[in-house]
Design a protein around this ligand. Structure first.
Ligand SMILES: [Zn+2]
Length: 241
């Protein structure tokens, strides 16, 4: 598949700068996600500086706790008006935190935009896995990444049939539940992610961990790392069809 290309399919734009990207140079393509209006604008700015960043904008379900309707409308306006937006995220539902009704409302608006403008979604679905999948299907979302999937293994096949992807995070090394997902999910629905700069049990996550994550996936799937890398790059291209 040509030159080697690693994929970080979910990294927060505010953690990306010259230093972080300089360390990994050109061999990686990063989906930079946003959490609110300010970070959405910053994500779009970053794209002007770095070619290997795909800007996704949106409002994180946790951010909804203190956001105004005007801010929500402005983010929606950016998606409608700017053709440098390549996707919608991080958006979604959180079964453990926040106001479910408000989350539903806003998430559905983003799903509508995804279907209308043919933009892939990058989704937070913690403890709301089945609800998220149901909404995506009902609202005709064609391209979606469910990030750091830790939901029921029984939903994987349905997601795969819809053409949705999940991301595997470097935390799989120390999070048994996530390792089970990695073992169970077919490679053709897997993308790699860092969720940088999030810290999980002392693990400082960042795009420089993707290379090691590919090795872990290769061990679990009993394949050469090069083949895993190619498969993930292929999956990544499918997201943007
Ligand atoms: Zn995230």
């Amino acid at each position: 598949m040509g030159v080697d290309m690693l994929v970080d399919a979910h990294c927060h734009a505010h953690s990306l700068n010259e230093e972080v990207l300089g360390r990994i140079e050109d061999g990686i393509i990063v989906i930079a996600v946003s959490e609110d209006l300010e970070s959405s604008l910053k994500t779009l700015e970053l794209t002007e500086k770095f070619e290997n960043i795909m800007p996704f904008i949106g409002i994180h379900p946790w951010s909804l706790e203190e956001i105004t309707q005007q801010e929500i409308d402005e983010v929606i306006g950016l998606i409608e008006r700017r053709d440098d937006v390549k996707g919608i995220g991080e958006v979604g539902l959180d079964g453990k935190r926040g106001n479910r009704e408000k989350q539903m409302d806003v998430f559905k608006s983003f799903c509508r935009l995804s279907a209308e403008y043919d933009l892939p979604m990058n989704i937070h679905a913690r403890d709301a896995w089945a609800d998220v999948l149901g909404i995506l299907r009902k609202m005709d979302v064609e391209s979606a990444i469910i990030h750091w999937y830790n939901g029921p293994l029984s939903l994987l096949e349905e997601m795969r049939e819809c053409g949705y992807m999940i991301t595997i995070n470097p935390a799989a090394r120390i999070q048994p539940r996530h390792m089970d997902v990695l073992r169970e999910a077919p490679l053709d629905m897997i993308l790699t992610e860092s969720d940088g700069p999030y810290e999980y049990r002392g693990l400082r996550l960042g795009p420089d961990m993707i290379e090691d994550l590919v090795k872990l996936i290769a061990e679990v799937k009993r394949m050469p790392a090069k083949d895993v890398e190619d498969a993930i790059e292929f999956n990544f291209r499918r997201i943007f069809r």
